[in-house]
Ligand binder design. Structure first.
Ligand SMILES: NC(=O)c1ccc[n+]([C@@H]2O[C@H](COP(=O)([O-])OP(=O)(O)OC[C@H]3O[C@@H](n4cnc5c(N)ncnc54)[C@H](OP(=O)(O)O)[C@@H]3O)[C@@H](O)[C@H]2O)c1
Length: 253
């Protein structure tokens, strides 16, 4: 029986690389993101480079609680237990650059958006899928180096990511008796993703690279490989951990 892997945020960046890595392992992969066209293109791109890939794109907004029900119905229609849930869906608030001069309501809206996009997307996916998960399965959530060193603007993005660190410990304790592992991956700067919209300024990119010990940005495939390991039998004894993958970036802005 093939493994069924659910990857949220699978239309771009790390999520797309993760979906490809599981497909290469002949797993059945359910790819989720909001934008249908980009998601379909991602699935086609993976299928073209992984012959025989078993991929199912499903357009859903994972910050909407209703999506849990849709997802459950879809899993029932597939008729397989879920082996792994990899929650890559997340985003940086577009207005994060400015910190000062905003009124409290604006700041509150940004923090709520950051929380919905980076925490609730994971909570809705995980809690919605738990009744359908196979014992011995695995959960991977995506945090960021920002959880350790703060983020730009008023800091809502980094704070939201840090909330996942606490959630994963609760998950690991709850699900340990079922043999389900739960871990967080906290990447540093990974190039070739859509996370930064139109891209980082050259100056900021240079600074981020200079902060690494390896003097280079990470690649989505390198991060996906770590997630793949955590969802493999070889990674089965790793649980309740926050794994940083950042080329040796030091903390502190
Ligand atoms: N790239 C980095 O340097 C970096 C560093 C640290 C942490 N991370 C974290 O790693 C994860 C993956 O980042 P990435 O760089 O691969 O980002 P990305 O290239 O921007 O991809 C984000 C994916 O999430 C989807 N998404 C966003 N909101 C969603 C929602 N509400 N429901 C469903 N899908 C949603 C996007 O598609 P739609 O917009 O169509 O929904 C897209 O497929 C994120 O959690 C990010 O915060 C990334």
């Amino acid at each position: 029986m093939p493994r069924l892997i659910v990857v949220t945020g699978a239309s771009a960046g790390i999520g797309k690389a993760s979906a490809k890595r599981f497909a290469e392992n002949t797993d059945k992969v359910l790819l989720i993101a909001r934008g249908r066209d980009r998601l379909t293109r991602a699935a086609e791109e993976i299928a073209s480079s992984v012959p025989g890939a078993d991929l199912e794109p499903l357009a859903l907004d994972m910050s909407d609680a209703e999506s849990a029900q849709t997802l459950q119905n879809h899993i029932r229609s597939i008729g397989l237990p879920v082996n792994s849930v990899v929650c890559c869906a997340g985003s940086v608030p577009r207005s994060e650059d400015e910190a000062e001069g905003k009124d409290v309501r604006t700041v509150l809206t940004e923090w709520q958006e950051a929380y919905e996009a980076n925490v609730l997307t994971s909570v809705i996916a995980v809690e919605g899928l738990l009744p359908h998960m196979a014992d011995g399965g695995s959960i991977v959530l995506y945090s960021s180096i920002a959880a350790y060193r703060g983020s730009r603007g008023t800091g809502g993005y980094g704070a939201a990511k840090a909330a996942l660190h606490s959630y994963v410990h609760s998950l690991a304790t709850r699900l340990g008796p079922r043999g389900i592992s739960a871990n967080v991956i906290a990447p540093g700067y990974i190039a070739g993703t859509d996370l930064f919209g139109d891209g980082l300024s050259a100056a900021r990119e240079t600074m981020l690279v200079r902060q690494t010990a390896l003097r280079r940005a990470g690649d989505p495939a390198e991060v996906a490989e770590l997630g793949f390991y955590l969802c493999s039998p070889a990674g089965g004894y790793v649980t309740s951990q926050i794994l940083q993958i950042n080329g040796g970036s030091y903390h502190g802005v």
